[in-house]
Design a protein. Structure first.
Lengths: 225, 239
């Protein structure tokens, strides 16, 4: 099958940023999820939390003026904006585990049709970093996964069952990839949106589980230039 | 009763530590909140067979993570390179990128060290419990994953939880910004992370600070760790 062009990481992050409601408290994972912050209009008053002990940040620091005591959990340095609050690791996970974070945006290695997530260890490496991911998927009110739809070698990442070690069971609400937006519902994965030029059959051919066709499949919003 | 000891040498502050002890290392990963000078002194002390406890196991020296100048990065890799570590308990041992391989991954591959990986929130809570007289607690984190292996499960109000045990150590090496002569500590920005909870969970807490100021000049409203938890302060610039 000939496929149209896939979307960029920035497009995925932009599409994920649309999911974040006004006035919400959000934790962004390392990598692609952290790019979401770039597309947030300040008027939406979205307040980011990071595991290392900061909440209320919105922007990254000017690269010429970096403070080692002002960074997020991804290791990016932040600007000292009004409204910041600092705390220790125990309190940080009180926020996360205690159900106070509205949305967790994370990367994924594999997601199953039930919404199981595997994102911390590639089986063959034998060692991996859990970090805050297991606490986040169990504690945040909503979990959004941003990732490429298939691996570099075109292996499926969206599957009947994950075969890598799990981060959490039945924890994912939405998956946003470089070709599609899917929602996890009781019956499986509902295809809601496709990237420009893509259709249900093309997406299905790159997916390891049967996708449910939404009545009205929309075209994915990309970054407006 | 204990006396707070103040040192102006990192080497002297760790020189009586013995082989085989467990050591918590504060911070999150990166420069802020990491007791870097105490870590270098611990490396130079050459004590072996250590059990290290901390969020990371050394991700900065290969990636520059959390250092404003990548070239200067120091992390737990120095202990693995010097073959001092029997075991490490952490949440984030390795970066996602497989190359260049970090010292911890090498040591793990060569079976020189064992690695116990714990979800970060559970690790923090185990340490808080360890310093707070709480022997164990129930949490949902890790349910349905390999973390639940061999752990007691209990249903409370219709929901399943895992039993996790408290964690303590012989020594904690931590970093704060300012101390007074009673060991009261003030932290800066995101440098708290694991420091305040580790200060409470170890038999001997050694703190690296940027400066020590007289207690009359410190604002008690801003104290992040009260001096009751602190045994040793190390600072190049004393009162």
């Amino acid at each position: 099958m000939n496929y149209p062009k896939k979307l960029t990481k920035e497009d995925i992050a932009y599409r994920a940023s649309i999911e974040l409601p006004k006035n919400s408290y959000v934790n962004l994972g390392i990598g692609m999820p952290s790019l979401c912050a770039k597309y947030i209009d300040k008027k939406r008053n979205i307040r980011f939390q990071a595991e290392n002990g900061v909440i209320g940040f919105s922007e990254l620091a000017d690269q010429r003026n970096l403070d080692p005591n002002l960074m997020d959990a991804g290791g990016q340095f932040l600007s000292r904006v009004p409204g910041l609050a600092f705390f220790d690791s125990a309190e940080s996970f009180d926020m996360i585990r205690g159900g106070h974070i509205d949305i967790s945006v994370l990367g994924g290695l594999q997601v199953s049709k039930k919404g199981d997530l595997a994102n911390w260890m590639i089986e063959s490496r034998g060692i991996g970093s859990i970090g805050g991911a297991m606490d986040l998927v169990g504690g945040a009110k909503q979990v959004i996964i941003t990732m490429e739809h298939v691996t570099k070698n075109n292996e499926f990442k969206i599957l009947e069952e994950c075969n890598y070690p799990l981060t959490g069971e039945k924890c994912v609400n939405k998956i946003i990839t470089d070709i599609a937006v899917m929602e996890v519902i009781k019956q499986g994965l509902l295809l809601r949106e496709v990237a420009p030029g893509w259709n249900y059959e093309m997406i299905q051919s790159l997916t390891g589980t049967k996708l449910i066709k939404n009545k009205d499949i929309k075209t994915y919003k990309v970054i407006r230039s | 009763m204990k006396e707070l000891k103040i040192f102006d040498s990192y080497k002297d502050a760790v020189k009586d530590l013995k082989n085989g002890i467990s050591i918590m290392i504060g911070g999150f990963g990166g420069e802020g909140g990491q007791p870097t000078n105490l870590m270098l002194a611990l490396r130079n002390s050459n004590i072996k067979e250590l059990t290290l406890i901390g969020n990371v196991a050394g991700i900065s020296m290969t990636t520059g993570y959390g250092w404003t100048n990548k070239k200067e990065a120091i992390d737990q890799s120095i202990f693995f390179k010097n073959k001092q570590v029997k075991k490490i308990i952490c949440s984030f041992p390795i970066p996602a990128k497989q190359k260049p391989i970090s010292e911890i991954e090498k040591a793990w591959k060569n079976k020189e060290t064992t690695v116990e990986v714990i979800p970060q929130g559970t690790l923090a809570e185990k340490i808080r419990a360890g310093g707070s007289g709480i022997p164990a607690f129930y949490t949902k984190t890790g349910l349905g994953t390999i973390v639940e292996k061999n752990k007691e499960k209990k249903t409370i109000n219709g929901k399943k939880y895992l039993l996790e045990h408290a964690l303590q150590a012989d020594v904690a090496l931590i970093k704060a910004e300012i101390a007074d002569e009673f060991g009261n500590l003030i932290y800066k920005g995101t440098s708290r992370a694991f420091n305040p909870i580790m200060a409470r969970a170890a038999k001997l807490t050694i703190v690296e600070v940027e400066k020590i100021i007289p207690s009359q000049e410190i604002d008690p409203e801003r104290i992040g760790t009260p001096g009751i938890y602190v045994n040793r302060l190390v600072c190049k610039k004393t009162i």
